[in-house]
Design a protein around this ligand. Structure first.
Ligand code: S3P
Length: 173
C-alpha cells in the first residue's frame, strides 16, 4: 500500500511523511528529491534553466513511475503535483494508493513559507508577509479543488507533527 501526502507548499508533507514512514516501517520518498536526482540540479535551477512546463512534464512522468512500483512507501508530493495533467486522477484511481490531504491553515503556511520562500521558485519573488499571504490565499483557492479529491483529509493545525501522524495512522487502519 502506498500513502501519498498532498498539500500546499509548507504543509509539512516531508516531515509528516518521514515520521509516518518510520512508524509504518516502509520507505519514504519525496517527489522533489526524485526529480532533483533525475536532473542532477535543484528544483529552483530546473525552473530557472528549463522552465515550469519542463518541470511539470517531468513531475508527471516521475509520479507515474513511482506509482507503478509494487513496493509500499510513503510519498510526499509537491504542492502542485495533484493540480497538473492527469496526476490527481491517477493517484485517486489506484487501489493500492491512499491519498491524504494535509489541510493547513493559511496563517501557518504564510509564517512557515516566509522563512523558506527562497527555495521555492513560485514564491521567491514575494517580498512581504502580506504579499505572500495574499498569493497563498488565491493560489490555495485554485488548488483546493484538486486537494479535496484526496481520499482522506487531515487537519494539520498542530505544530506537533506527532499528532498529525497519529491522525493519519488512525484513518488508514
Ligand atoms: C511546487 C511545490 C514544491 C516544488 C516546486 C513547485 C508547487 O514542492 O515541487 O517548487 O507548485 O506548489 P513542496 O510542496 O514540497 O514545496
Amino acid at each position: 500500500m502506498k500513502t501519498v501526502l498532498i498539500g500546499y507548499m509548507g504543509s509539512g508533507k516531508s516531515s509528516v511523511g518521514k515520521k509516518l514512514a518510520e512508524i509504518l516501517k516502509i520507505p519514504f520518498k519525496d517527489i522533489d528529491t526524485e526529480i532533483e536526482k533525475h536532473e542532477g540540479i535543484s528544483i529552483s535551477e530546473i525552473f530557472r534553466e528549463k522552465g515550469e512546463i519542463y518541470f511539470r512534464t517531468l513531475e508527471s512522468k516521475i509520479l507515474k513511475k513511482l506509482l507503478s512500483q509494487s513496493e509500499s512507501f510513503v510519498l510526499a508530493t509537491g504542492g502542485g503535483t495533484p493540480c497538473y495533467g492527469e496526476n490527481m486522477a491517477l493517484m485517486a484511481g489506484k487501489e493500492d494508493v491512499n491519498t491524504v490531504y494535509l489541510k493547513t491553515p493559511l496563517a501557518i503556511l504564510t509564517s512557515r513559507l516566509f522563512l523558506e520562500k527562497d527555495k521555492r521558485p513560485l514564491l521567491a519573488h514575494l517580498k512581504t508577509t502580506e504579499e505572500l499571504n495574499d498569493f497563498i490565499r488565491k493560489h490555495l483557492f485554485e488548488r483546493i479543488y484538486y486537494y479535496n479529491q484526496s481520499k482522506y483529509v487531515v487537519d494539520n493545525k498542530a505544530e506537533n507533527i506527532d499528532e498529525t501522524v497519529e491522525e493519519i495512522v488512525l484513518k488508514l487502519f
